[in-house]
Design a protein around this ligand. Structure first.
Ligand code: SF4
Length: 364
C-alpha cells in the first residue's frame, strides 16, 4: 500500500463525455451514438495513485485518452495543475498549446512490444523526447538516458541495444524510462502490466510504486484487476458503462462498498488464471450496451437490489462519506459485503515482496 498523501489536486475531471457517432443509412448520416464516457467526474491529488477499474469496454481507456487529448472529448473539462501552479483545462486547449502539458503528463500503454520502435536502440527511443524538447547535445542525452535506465533498474550499457533483445518486463521498463524522460508529474498508466506474466507484473508494479514515492509522481492507473489495485492505490474509482459507479479510499472501498456493482467485483477477486477475464461470472445478464444503455441506472438489469426508481431515474454520483462517493439510489440502505484481505494468489504474494527486481537479467 502506498504512503498517504495530502497534496492539492493535480487533475480535476468534470462531467467528461465522449460520444462516438454511429453512421448508417445511404448517406452515412448519424443514426446513433456510443456513450463511451458518459459524464465522468474524478480528481487525482499530487503524489496520489488513483486507480480506474471496470470490465472491458466500460470506458476507462477512453477516459484516460480523453484526459491526455489523445482523443478529443465531446464535452466536459479536464483541469491540470502545471508545475508553476496554474490550472489549465486540457480539454479546451488548442493542439498547438498541448506540448507543455504533454511534458508534464505522460502515458504508459499496455503493450511494451508495440510501443517501441524495433529499428531504434534504447538511446534513440528514450532520448527522442529529450531531443524533441531541445536537448540536442548527444553526450547530454546519453548521460540522461543512462540515469533513466538506472532509475528503472536497467544497466546503462543497454542503451546501445535494440528492443528485440529484451524480455517483456524489460521492455516495459524501457517504456517507463521514456515516459520519465521529461520529468512528468502525472502518469496515466493504461493496463500497464496486463500484457506481462504475473511474476513480471509484480516486479513492474513494485517499480512503479517505488518511482511514485521517490519522484512524488501522481498516477491515474487504469486496470481491470482489483487484486492489483488494492495494493497500489490510494483511492479507487469503479466504472460501469461509461459512468463512475463508486469512488473511495482503497481500504474504505474494499471493506465497505456501497454500490452493488463494486460488491460484485469484490466477490470475484482474485482470479489466479489470467485468461479468466470475466470478473463478474456471478452476475446475471450482460454488461450494458453503451450504444443503447438501459434506462435509469445502467446497472439495474443486473442488480439484485433494483427497485422501480432504478428503472427510471439515473442516480447521481453523490458523497456518502469522507472522499467516498457513489451513484446508487439505495447506497445508504444496503449492507454490502466487502473484503478486508484478498485471498492469496500468485499476484498478491509477488506484490507483497520487496522490490528486489532489477530487470538486469542479460538481454538475449
Ligand atoms: Fe442497483 Fe438501483 Fe443502486 Fe442501480 S441505483 S445499483 S439498480 S440499487
Amino acid at each position: 500500500m502506498p504512503e498517504e498523501v495530502l497534496g492539492p489536486n493535480i487533475l480535476e475531471v468534470e462531467n467528461l463525455k465522449k460520444y462516438f457517432p454511429i453512421k448508417g443509412g445511404f448517406f452515412g448520416s448519424t443514426v446513433g451514438e456510443v456513450r463511451a464516457v458518459d459524464d465522468v467526474s474524478l480528481y487525482v491529488r499530487e503524489g496520489e495513485i488513483l486507480s480506474l477499474v471496470g470490465e472491458s469496454g466500460c470506458g476507462k481507456t477512453t477516459t484516460a485518452r480523453c484526459i491526455l487529448r489523445a482523443v478529443d472529448p465531446t464535452s466536459g473539462s479536464t483541469r491540470f495543475r502545471m508545475k508553476d501552479g496554474t490550472m489549465v483545462d486540457i480539454a479546451k486547449l488548442k493542439e498547438t498549446e498541448l506540448k507543455p502539458v504533454w511534458r508534464e503528463v505522460q502515458m504508459i500503454f499496455q503493450d511494451p512490444f508495440g510501443s517501441l520502435n524495433p529499428r531504434k536502440n534504447l538511446l534513440e527511443i528514450i532520448g527522442e523526447p529529450l531531443y524533441v524538447n531541445g536537448i540536442r547535445d548527444r553526450q547530454t542525452r546519453m548521460n540522461r538516458v543512462a540515469e533513466l535506465l538506472e532509475l528503472v533498474g536497467l544497466r546503462p550499457e543497454y542503451m546501445h541495444r535494440y528492443p528485440h533483445a529484451f524480455s517483456g518486463g524489460q521492455r516495459q521498463r524501457v517504456v517507463i524510462a521514456r515516459a520519465l524522460a521529461l520529468e512528468p508529474r502525472l502518469i496515466i498508466a493504461d493496463e500497464a502490466v496486463s500484457a506481462l506474466d504475473v511474476s513480471v507484473q509484480a516486479q513492474v508494479l513494485n517499480l512503479l510504486l517505488s518511482l511514485q514515492r521517490r519522484l512524488n509522481l501522481s498516477f491515474l492507473f487504469v486496470a481491470h484487476d482489483l487484486s492489483i489495485v488494492k495494493h497500489i492505490s490510494h483511492r479507487v474509482a469503479v466504472m460501469y458503462v461509461g459512468k463512475i459507479a463508486e469512488m473511495a479510499p482503497t481500504e474504505e472501498l474494499f471493506r465497505r462498498p456501497k454500490h452493488p456493482y463494486t460488491a460484485a467485483l469484490m466477490k470475484a477477486v482474485p482470479i489466479p488464471d489470467p485468461t479468466l477475464r470475466n470478473e463478474l461470472k456471478g452476475l446475471p445478464g450482460e454488461v450494458g450496451n453503451p450504444a443503447n444503455p438501459p434506462s435509469g441506472c445502467y446497472f439495474h438489469p443486473r442488480c439484485a437490489y433494483a427497485t422501480e426508481i432504478c428503472k427510471t431515474k439515473t442516480p447521481e454520483l453523490r458523497t456518502v462519506g469522507p472522499d467516498h462517493s457513489v451513484a446508487c439510489h439505495h447506497a445508504e440502505e444496503l449492507n454490502l459485503d466487502g473484503i478486508g484481505e484478498l485471498k492469496s494468489s500468485p499476484m498478491t504474494e509477488a506484490l507483497s515482496q520487496p522490490d528486489a527486481s532489477t530487470g538486469n537479467a542479460p538481454p538475449s
